[in-house]
Ligand binder design. Structure first.
Ligand SMILES: O=P(O)(O)OC[C@H]1O[C@](O)(COP(=O)(O)O)[C@@H](O)[C@@H]1O
Ligand SMILES: [Mg+2]
Ligand SMILES: [Mg+2]
Length: 334
């Protein structure tokens, strides 16, 4: 049973046996993410003082200008996971292709692959608005000891064994699940320890917050336009409140605590949407469902989508169960 203010380290050890394949490997993996998150948090917190603001000068495979903090966070997570010899492969928003991790003597019998969005909400880095990191963990499908292949990464979200995010905001938190509910841990920066501050997090079934970039309204599908009109009507407990931080992790986190829906639909500009299935939508959908919420692409459950590409994009509707259901009804009707 999760005890409030338990440290993350204690929680990981205590709950290890809950995990079907428990061999300590997944615990060590979560511990590595905890460590890398502290390294990144340290840099984020003094972003204005050190040369970490602004663009790094390169573009990633998505055609986006990489920010210096994107690159820093990417290196921090890859280095930590590689050095601790805890995974056999890593895929990242900031890497064109997946990385094969070769352990000692070129043999790697680690069982897990990790997919990460090292820095989520990059457009907010330079303006001191909260950003995050998102991670997703799978057991490999190829034989242990052999180099990973793309098949180890292109698995549907319902096969995740763990997922979570770090939010670097007014406080720094790790929120994750290994399939037994969602727990949130807050970092005490003075001593560098995470404490269980939000045990058993649950999405309220209903909410009154909607998060969507209405600046793209004219490009939205009719169903989304109709749903936004519905949110703005004077009726029942509406109009809802519009809140959009522009960092998926932060918008999701607020909506999970208060009740709400986040929508990044396909648009006439981006027919497949903007967010990436493997390291943004799958892990957030996993957390949402573990917390009693739901996530779809407007019709199909996100976790049931069979991935075909490492950086593929999907429309994303995620949050309080009844709000997502209502938005899907508008998408079907349109
Ligand atoms: O500026 P827009 O088009 O509203 O997009 C904001 C969305 O894009 C993202 O920044 C994409 O993530 P990255 O910053 O990791 O590329 C989300 O965090 C956010 O919700
Ligand atoms: Mg992102
Ligand atoms: Mg990112």
């Amino acid at each position: 049973m999760a005890k409030k203010n338990q440290t993350l380290g204690e929680f990981i050890i205590e709950n290890q046996s809950e995990f079907k394949y428990s061999s300590g490997e997944l615990s060590r993996l979560i511990n590595s993410i905890r460590l890398a998150a502290k390294v990144v948090n340290h840099e984020v917190n003094k972003a204005g003082l050190v040369d970490i603001l602004g663009a790094a000068g390169d573009t990633n495979i998505q055609g986006e200008d990489q920010q210096k903090l994107d690159v820093y966070a990417n290196n921090a997570f890859i280095k930590t996971l590689t050095n601790r010899e805890i995974v056999c492969g890593i895929a990242s928003e900031e890497e064109d292709d997946f990385i094969t991790i070769r352990g000692r003597n070129e043999k790697n019998d680690n069982k897990y692959v990790v997919l990460i969005d090292p820095l989520d909400g990059s457009s907010n880095i330079d303006v001191n608005v909260s950003v995050g990191t998102i991670f997703s963990v799978y057991r490999r499908v190829t034989p242990s000891g052999t180099p990973v292949t793309i098949d180890d990464f292109l698995q549907p979200g319902n096969r995740q064994v763990a997922a979570g995010y770090i939010v670097y905001g007014t406080s720094t938190m790790i929120v994750y699940s290994t399939g037994h509910g969602v727990n949130g841990f807050t970092l005490n920066p003075a001593i560098g320890t995470y404490y269980l501050s939000h045990p058993n997090m649950r999405f309220p079934e209903d909410g009154n917050i909607y998060s969507v970039n209405e600046g793209n309204y004219v490009h939205f599908p009719q169903g989304v336009k109709d749903y936004i009109k519905y949110c703005q009507q004077e009726e029942d407990n509406r109009p809802y409140t519009a809140r959009y931080i522009g960092s998926l992790v932060s918008d999701f986190h607020r909506n999970m605590i208060k009740g709400g829906i986040y929508i990044y639909p396909n648009t006439s500009k981006d027919p497949k949407g903007k967010l990436r299935l493997l390291y943004e939508c799958n892990p957030m959908a996993y957390i949402a469902e573990q917390a009693g919420g739901s996530a779809s692409d407007g019709t199909t459950r996100i976790l049931d989508i069979d991935p075909t590409e490492l950086h593929q994009r999907v429309p994303f509707f995620c949050g309080s169960k009844n709000m997502v259901k209502k938005a899907e009804e508008f998408m079907q009707k349109a």
